[in-house]
Ligand binder design. Structure first.
Ligand SMILES: *Cc1c(COP(=O)(O)O)cnc(C)c1O
Length: 353
């Protein structure tokens, strides 16, 4: 069975050798040697400033909302994974959707101002498939209206925009290191923030502790553990190879679909991308279902990322988002992973054609 992705696993001995170092210390969590080592290694690899390794990519969003003291309405995108919206609701805020750009699939910055009310406190947008939002425009709007900016950057490992890691933009960004993501620690993630928020974010991710016997604020447990960090340290040395191989697959897909009727993802100018997903947008849902069924018959399982559009979640009031609704019904992410052989790639391409 072929899925949309396949977790990259380093040689098991390499994982065990790293894990042994945690064993030798007798510490399995609470920021042991491996978590600290992973943070240093990632800082060097990504060129990102303040960040904290965490246990998944959802808690950073919730912690950002909590620690920035956000209330009321948060402007957000309907085209993302459910965690973007559910984090807002979980923190007692109201998601106000703004529709997406037809080509970039990120929030349409030209429609944000019309959605701002006196209850709006922030913008939480997703760099969809690692494609940056209109960062400059969003920053200008946030400044004018006194709003905070959080980016769900779950897909953005290794992406840079205008010469800097994409994680360095906004007040806070999150990343996911889930096993289905480009770089992974099994479950895991990170919170990236402006230096001035670091201490508060750190405290929030560790029960609100300010030292062993004092508390600074309300907190939760979002700490990364040593076995997670060991996986990260074992995967990281392979990142250049992973990116290279994924680039070759994406180039092959692109060449095959150049003259086709499918709409492909348009990457924003100024971006060095990470080849994290290969979405194809069909002319209608019927065509998508026809292709999906044909691939399923060959035991190939692409995924409908992102479907449904999040404005249709059952716990929200209906908001009409025509572009996101339309794209969600027509978009399919094709298999893309290290170790995909040419025969499989050709089979998928031929089915689509
Ligand atoms: C994967 C993902 C998340 C959640 O990350 P976890 O590590 O699974 O908690 C959040 N947002 C987006 C856009 C994602 O793709």
């Amino acid at each position: 069975m072929i899925n949309v992705t396949k977790t990259f696993l380093p040689p098991q001995e390499e994982y065990q050798e790293i894990l042994k170092r945690a064993w030798d210390t007798g510490w399995m969590t609470n920021r042991g040697v491996l978590v600290k080592e992973l943070e240093v290694a990632l800082q060097t690899y990504l060129g990102s400033f303040s960040f904290i390794a965490m246990t998944n990519g959802t808690l950073p969003l919730q912690i950002a909302i909590k620690a920035l003291g956000l209330t009321g309405e948060i402007i957000t995108t309907p085209f993302s994974y459910v965690a973007t919206t559910s984090s807002i609701v979980w923190e007692g805020c109201t998601p106000v959707f703004v529709d997406i750009h037809h080509d970039y699939l990120t929030i349409d910055e030209t429609k944000i101002e019309a959605a701002i009310t006196d209850k709006t406190t922030a913008i939480l947008a997703t760099h969809v498939f690692g494609n940056p939002c209109a960062i400059e425009a969003i920053e200008a709007i946030a400044k004018t209206h006194g709003l905070k900016v959080i980016y769900d950057a779950a897909h953005c490992f290794g992406v840079s925009y205008k010469g800097s890691s994409l994680f360095n933009y906004g007040d806070v960004s999150s990343c996911s290191f889930h096993a289905t993501k480009l770089f992974h620690t099994g479950e895991g993630g990170a919170l990236f923030c402006k230096e001035k928020y670091y201490k508060s974010m750190f405290s929030h991710h560790n029960f609100g502790h300010d030292g062993p016997e004092a508390f600074q604020s309300l907190g939760i447990n979002a700490k990364m553990s040593e076995p997670q960090a060991a996986m990260g340290l074992a995967v990281l040395p392979y990142m250049d190879e992973i990116l290279e191989e994924r680039k070759n697959i994406v180039d092959t897909y692109n060449a095959a679909f150049k003259e086709s009727a499918f709409q492909l993802l348009k990457i924003r100018e100024g971006t060095i991308w990470n080849y994290s997903y290969y979405p194809v947008i069909f002319k209608d849902e019927t065509e998508l279902l026809r292709v999906k069924t044909a691939l399923n018959q060959e035991s190939i399982f692409p995924r409908r990322y992102f479907y449904p559009s999040l404005n249709n979640l059952p716990y929200l009031n209906q908001q009409n988002m025509p572009i996101s609704d339309s794209i969600s019904k027509r978009i399919l992410c094709l298999p893309l992973f290290v170790g995909m052989n040419k025969a499989l790639l050709d089979k998928i391409i031929n089915k689509l054609k």
